[in-house]
Design a protein around this ligand. Structure first.
Ligand code: GTQ
Length: 367
């Protein structure tokens, strides 16, 4: 689907006449408002500007920086306080205060959680309507079994657990494992379609899909191991993504973005239906200004240190992101990322709402 652009690029600022003050609720006789209420009716005009503000949408999502050094001790404490049997999923949710202090939202559609699994623990099998991915932050030896495929979880790996697929997590290693969960839960919940089903132990075979689809442009021939599932690839190893970024950097003009999207290798479409996932490389010393787009986005540093300058000049904030830190950026917001190192590349995992915006026809890039 093509990108929706307002005619003539960015919309012009509204003429004052277009934004004339409209009648307020208080202007109406109390008995009239009461009789509307009784009949479950609401006048539009007092709320019209709030629903359809001029030029720029109202956004509850705020810029937030979650430092891993602050999350980690609290997550390990959760490991002491709450046994896995009492948690099922031992997660601290990254709650954007713009959506309320107890919100389970990073943005209107994105949920983020840091999940801890201790050696020997098991998070039992279930399936649910929201789509989930895991970005492994720390530790070795954990695995996720998705639809019977046992997928090892190493740092930087992206593991998909798409809508409706059984999944359970286990850990055969000897140190805590932490990963970042990214779900479209806020949207699926808003749609009144969020639920889960418990499963027992699921059958397990070693996951081989990433080897079936290990090289770009080459997929198994029909009848010779071609997957007909909606989600043929469920694990994207960091070693592959990192190598692909370094190769792309060799082919990309200095100063241009070196970014890859995680896609379904059979269709080339985004790996999941609602949220998009990308891996971004910043060359040593590189500063990259991102296009201003409608979807909210999340940045999570896989390797290196990155300064994120976010917001229009008057309200600009600079976040100093360290390895394993996560931040979120509302839609329609300028953002510039700078690699603090002059010697090493930095690598950032990006999650955004772009596939959803494109499907809804509201995706916009502003220049
Ligand atoms: O690991 O299945 O952060 O079901 C939230 C809901 C993780 C999971 C979350 C979940 C999971």
């Amino acid at each position: 689907m093509s990108e929706h652009e307002p005619p003539g690029g960015a919309l012009p600022p509204p003429a004052p006449a277009e934004c004339a003050a409209l009648g307020r609720l208080e202007d109406l006789p109390a008995d009239y408002v009461a009789s509307l209420r009784e009949r479950h009716l609401v006048p539009l005009w007092p709320s019209l500007r709030a629903l359809l503000p001029p030029d720029l949408p109202a956004r509850r999502t705020r810029v937030v920086h979650w430092a891993y050094t602050q999350i980690r001790p609290l997550l390990l404490r959760a490991g002491e306080l709450t046994p896995i049997a009492k948690a099922e999923r031992r997660v601290l949710v990254l709650a954007n205060p713009g959506h309320g202090p107890d919100s389970m939202q990073a943005s209107s559609a994105i949920y983020l959680g840091m999940q801890l699994l201790l050696p020997g623990e098991w998070a039992p099998s279930h399936r649910h309507t929201p789509n989930a991915v895991r970005m492994v932050v720390e530790g070795e030896g954990a695995w996720t079994n998705v639809s019977g495929q046992k997928l090892p979880m190493s740092r930087g790996d992206l593991i998909l657990t798409p809508t409706g697929l059984w999944h359970e997590h286990g850990h055969d290693g000897d140190a805590p494992v932490v990963w970042l969960d990214v779900l479209d839960l806020p949207l699926v919940h808003y749609l009144e379609t969020s639920y889960h089903v418990d499963g027992g132990r699921q059958p397990v075979e070693p996951g081989a899909a990433e080897r079936r689809y290990a090289r770009g442009g080459l997929v198994p021939s029909p009848g010779f191991g071609r997957r007909h599932e909606a989600y043929p690839m469920l694990r994207y190893p960091w070693s592959e993504a990192r190598a692909a970024l370094l190769a792309l950097a060799d082919e990309t003009a200095v100063g241009d973005a070196v970014q890859l999207e995680y896609v379904n290798p059979e269709t080339g479409a985004a790996a999941q239906n609602l949220l998009g996932f990308h891996a971004l490389m910043l060359r040593p010393g590189q500063t990259l200004t991102l296009p201003v787009r409608s979807p909210a986005a999340v940045f999570h540093v896989i390797e290196g240190g990155v300064d994120a300058r976010i917001g229009a000049s008057a309200a600009e904030q600079t976040l100093s992101l360290a390895e394993a830190d996560t931040c979120c950026v509302p839609g329609y917001t300028p953002a510039t990322l700078a690699n603090r190192s002059r010697r090493e590349a930095a690598f950032v995992f990006v999650a955004d709402e772009a596939p959803l915006h494109r499907k809804l026809g509201v995706h916009e890039v502003r220049t």
